[in-house]
Design a protein around this ligand. Structure first.
Ligand SMILES: Nc1ncnc2c1ncn2[C@@H]1O[C@H](COP(=O)(O)OP(=O)(O)OP(=O)(O)O)[C@@H](O)[C@H]1O
Ligand SMILES: [Mg+2]
Length: 359
């Protein structure tokens, strides 16, 4: 097994991508590795004509993925938008891997992202020695994507200051990046496009200017519609992560996953699943991603310090950390949930007790 802690999507799923390429006889947009149909198969999973199983990456509405893929085949860029933990970054990585065979042309948007990071910088030793030249220019991932006709990814677009965001306008509308120092420009090769992600919840986000908004098609990724859907996402990802991290112990019982997902959904929605009890909501983002990490930490506890079977006590410890972000308010919310909901469920006694011990 390779020593890399986390492989890129195109490395981890190289075999699937290869099989899809062989089976794919549909038309491909220029410089795409796969046809739009095959990209959708890669994301949603399925069985190929030769019996090969492609695993599902995104669990949810197929039409959303088709819309996203179709957008990438046009001259408009794609914006994946939604609340935290709805797989925006995950989908963006897999789309880039399937469309361009490369998910690494990535810019992480922060409040400190500069225009240079979006455009290009200079190798100063080279610049001082020989003056501005093509050799001294250090292209950004975006510029390289333009040159190679690939997909560039911009993570957390709305964290980037508004004036820096506007650098993207020329690139997206003119498909060109001028380099005035050299009196030249880089013109995007066919196949180039941009996938940006943004979430609407975080502190410190900037508005997307309307000029920039018009260059994007927005696809909103929703929180999982039903409990069953969320349970299947969590089970699947936990199993994959457990394998990747080589955690000792058994994969978690479905019953434990279901309980964690139910707690998260109830606290998120402010009421119990049967709608009978109203609840206060926690200030923490209780997304699918957090449910995954609660189970994952529980598995690490069970594997390293228990008998390898995930039990209530292993979950309780990480549940508190996920739910109680504000020590005053959230502690009240969590206490109330334990006493009014958990305590009353006859098959939740073990979890109730384990959580009480954490208080
Ligand atoms: N519908 C889904 N299908 C498959 N995996 C999902 C789904 N929803 C969430 N996940 C999983 O949740 C985890 C977190 O997703 P990701 O980091 O992409 O979220 P995000 O939307 O980018 O969040 P943020 O806004 O915090 O950046 C991933 O491991 C992903 O596999
Ligand atoms: Mg993200």
């Amino acid at each position: 097994m390779s020593q890399t802690l986390r492989q890129h999507a195109e490395q981890q799923f190289a075999e699937e991508l290869e099989e899809l390429k062989k089976a794919d006889n549909r038309e491909r947009p220029e410089n795409w590795v796969l046809s739009p149909w095959a990209v959708a198969e890669y994301l949603m999973g399925g069985t190929l004509a030769n019996g090969f199983q492609v695993s599902a990456k995104y669990i949810g509405n197929r039409r959303l993925m088709e819309t996203a893929i179709a957008t990438l085949a046009t001259d408009r860029a794609l914006l994946l938008f939604g609340v935290p933990g709805t797989a925006k970054s995950w989908v963006s990585e897999h789309l880039a891997a399937a469309v361009s065979g490369d998910s690494t042309l990535l810019i992480q948007g922060t409040a400190g992202t500069s225009e240079e990071q979006l455009r290009y910088g200079w190798n100063y030793a080279e610049l001082l020695a020989k003056g501005p030249s093509k050799a001294a220019l250090v292209p950004s991932p975006l510029m390289r994507a333009m040159e190679q006709g690939k997909t560039a990814r911009v993570e957390e677009l709305t964290r980037i200051p508004a004036d820096v965001q506007d650098t993207l306008i020329t690139i997206l509308s003119e498909k060109s990046l001028p380099v005035p120092e050299l009196g030249s420009e880089t013109q995007a090769v066919r196949g180039f496009n941009v996938i940006a992600t943004a979430n609407n919840r975080d502190k410190g986000i900037n508005e997307l200017s309307s000029a920039l908004k018009r260059r994007f098609n927005t696809v909103i990724l929703p929180v999982p519609a039903s409990e069953d859907e969320e349970v299947s996402i969590v089970s699947k990802r936990v199993a994959e992560l457990g394998r990747a991290l080589q955690l000792p112990g058994e994969p978690p019982a479905l019953k434990e996953v279901r309980r964690v997902v139910q707690i998260f959904r109830e606290l998120r929605n402010g009421q119990t699943e049967d709608g009978k009890t109203k609840l206060k909501t926690s200030s923490a983002t209780l997304s699918t991603a957090e449910a995954i990490s609660v189970i994952n930490s529980g598995m690490a506890l069970a594997g390293h310090f228990g008998d390898g079977v995930l039990r209530a006590g292993d979950i309780a410890a990480s549940l508190v950390g996920a739910i109680v972000k504000d020590p005053v308010q959230d502690a009240v919310v969590w206490r109330e949930y334990q006493e009014t909901v958990m305590k009353e469920r006859s098959d939740w006694k073990d979890l109730y007790r384990a959580c009480r011990e954490q208080n």
